[in-house]
Design a protein around this ligand. Structure first.
Ligand code: URA
Length: 304
């Protein structure tokens, strides 16, 4: 690989990680040595980075260098942010009442909005955010957690990532009111940084999952789209070794519902390359196909 191309790739990867909030990367001395060597003034010749050294570094690193979207959140990991964390109670255990979709949804909405734990986790002036949309929607879009705009208003996907998601829907020929929008978490995870979002902790995800699953049970969508890593971990189960690229673009199944994994819109906001947009668009074209929505030649050519 050409040195300039390799350096550019490292720079892009670091910028991408930074944009997603990763503020610490573990680098072993050996790795630094390789980089210094490569970039030293008398090193005009491309030297291959020894494979074993790179992989050894990654294996031993406490915070592995993640090569793809870890989470849409701006703040990397709970370890990086010192917030007072107290244990949450066990996840809520409940059964939906009998009734119409509307009455069951209203029952659940009240339960979530009144949930003591959700309310105790809120930022000052923040609101609990419950899912919303068409209760008969074929398409259920699942995100990570509310962001600043969402917690202020109490609606999912109304900030920049939501706006981009609406553009994707519009490219499919759909409107916000025609789908259902939910999140793994019903509150915006608190942190002590000036801006950005913190990815939910496993315990937080586990607490809110019954609320998400109950919404899926009510809506009975034909397809669920897991937007990003948190939604994927929540829906198809956590797997630290899994990369989104391994599970996106193929059909997964959760409790009988087809699930398409794709990158989170906030990933696209920070990586607006044609190639990233095309990957997401291809995933959504598969969703359209599954939903028996016509895909025009014009649509097929988007981001090519
Ligand atoms: N990102 C999400 O994952 N969910 C929202 O509701 C907004 C932004």
């Amino acid at each position: 690989m050409n040195l300039q191309v390799a350096t550019q790739a490292v720079l892009e990867e670091l910028s991408r990680m930074r944009s997603e909030g990763i503020s610490r990367v573990f680098i072993q001395d050996e790795t630094l040595g390789i980089l210094e060597d490569l970039l030293s003034p008398n090193s005009f010749i491309d030297k291959p980075v020894p494979e074993n050294k790179v992989s050894k570094d990654r294996t031993n690193a406490p915070e592995p260098l993640r090569l793809e979207e870890p989470s849409p959140s701006q703040v990397s990991s709970p370890k990086d942010i010192e917030i007072e964390t107290k244990s949450l109670p066990p996840p809520p255990d409940f059964e939906l009442p009998e009734g119409t979709k509307e009455s069951r949804w209203e029952w659940l909405q009240k339960k979530v909005l009144d949930c003591d734990t959700c309310n105790a986790e809120l930022n000052p002036n923040g609101k609990v955010v419950f899912g919303e949309g068409d209760l008969n929607a074929d398409l259920f879009l699942c995100g990570e957690a509310p962001g600043a705009e969402e917690e202020e208003v109490g609606s999912p996907f109304i900030g920049p990532a939501g706006e981009l998601l609406m553009k994707i829907l519009s490219a499919m020929g759909l409107k916000r009111e025609q789908v259902y929008l939910g999140n793994i978490l019903n509150w915006r995870p608190r942190h002590n940084q000036a801006f950005g979002n913190r990815p939910p902790r496993q315990e937080e995800m586990e607490f809110c999952l019954p609320y998400l699953k109950a919404q899926i049970e009510i809506v009975q969508p034909k397809v669920i789209v897991a937007l990003g890593k948190t939604a994927t971990d929540g829906l198809i189960g956590r797997d630290v070794k899994r990369r989104l690229s391994q599970v996106r673009g193929i059909w997964n199944e959760v409790s009988g519902f087809p699930v398409m994994v794709t990158y989170h819109p906030s990933y696209l906001l920070h990586n607006p390359s044609k190639a990233s947009k095309r990957k997401v668009w291809e995933d959504f074209m598969l969703v359209m196909e599954k939903l028996k929505m016509p895909v025009s030649e014009k649509q097929k050519a988007f981001f090519q």
